[in-house]
Design a protein around this ligand. Structure first.
Ligand SMILES: [Zn+2]
Length: 308
């Protein structure tokens, strides 16, 4: 009989970086490792995750359970990955292939769902009846938690907002850039890190833009804020959550794109309780990502223990 796992491993599979964290059974961090994502390679992605898990287990001298947050979802109809901006995952039996590579069961869920559940459990959304969480990184993800439970919906994309059209587009925002999903002007084409970089002209990435004082960079950031405000306002009109939690993951570790709460506040028709304060805390994205890993895994492995 195999020994019982003595810790949990949470994997955050991002479009740029893949990070693994090991938590003891009380939720305390034991170890972590971050590596580059094997962009474009399905086999490489599986190998990266396998190496991360095996590395943590070798250092800790024990085995763990494994939960993974991905930028996509498992289709309830086909069992295949869909909606992943890491497009090499789409159409694959990713969960089963990982289980084969790791020799154990794995839990797999959408990363924005994991993030939102994390924030709703003991983060910025703790204590709110409903929480709408957004990840802005290589792509744009969203999740909804109500009464402490994640809403998945029949298609497992209840909180997704990135492939809705940018609301109230100005003349130069319509029809908008072409999206990998086949449409034009999706929110993701404006609000992802690559979308911000493209809007500026493609000569700087989002991290460089955030650090630049040039008028062109500042103008691009201001356009970004207005677009984010419009997209969040529309989401608010749909869901009416008392708490928005924009999880603005930095484009690279350690650098969060600065976010001025004032334009967002003006653009929002309704300002829910805690909204502006939460946006002003946008520099906590690194922390959010960390907690996302931890709570995502906790939520995935112990759904009955999630405090409401
Ligand atoms: Zn799209």
């Amino acid at each position: 009989m195999a020994p019982s796992p003595t810790f949990r491993i949470g994997i955050d599979l991002g479009g740029t970086k893949t990070e693994a964290i090991a938590l003891d059974l009380a939720g305390r961090e034991m170890d972590r490792q971050r590596v580059a994502t094997a962009k474009g390679s399905y086999g490489g992605t599986i190998a990266t995750i396998r190496d991360l898990v095996e590395g943590l287990e070798a250092r800790l001298g024990a085995i763990g359970t494994v939960g993974i947050g991905i930028p996509g979802a498992i289709s309830p109809r086909t069992g295949l990955i869909k909606n992943a901006n890491s497009t090499w995952l789409n159409g694959k039996t990713f969960d089963r292939d990982l289980e084969e590579a790791l020799g154990r069961k794995v839990r797999l869920a959408n990363d924005a769902d994991c993030f939102t559940l994390s924030e709703a459990t003991d983060g910025a959304g703790a204590g709110f009846e409903t929480v709408f969480g957004v990840i802005l990184g290589t792509g744009t993800g969203g999740g909804i938690v109500a009464h402490g439970r994640l809403l998945a919906g029949p298609n497992a994309i209840a909180g997704e907002w990135g492939h809705n059209p940018l609301p109230w587009p100005s003349g130069d925002e319509h029809p908008g850039p072409l999206c990998y999903c086949g449409r034009r002007g999706c929110i993701e084409t404006f609000l992802s890190g690559p979308g911000l970089a493209r809007d500026h002209g493609g000569t700087m990435n989002a991290e460089q833009l955030a650090a630049s004082d040039s008028p062109e960079a500042q103008a691009a950031l201001q356009r970004y804020e207005r677009r984010l405000a419009k997209a969040l306002t529309k989401a608010h009109q749909h869901h009416r959550p008392p708490c928005h939690r924009p999880g603005r993951r930095p484009v690279q570790a350690g650098t969060a794109v600065p976010l001025d709460p004032k334009p967002l506040g003006r653009a929002c028709l309704l300002r829910p309780r805690g909204y502006s304060a939460e946006i002003a805390r946008s520099r906590r994205f690194v922390g959010s990502a960390r907690r996302r890993l931890a709570l995502a895994h906790q939520g995935l492995t112990q759904p009955r223990h999630i405090p409401i």
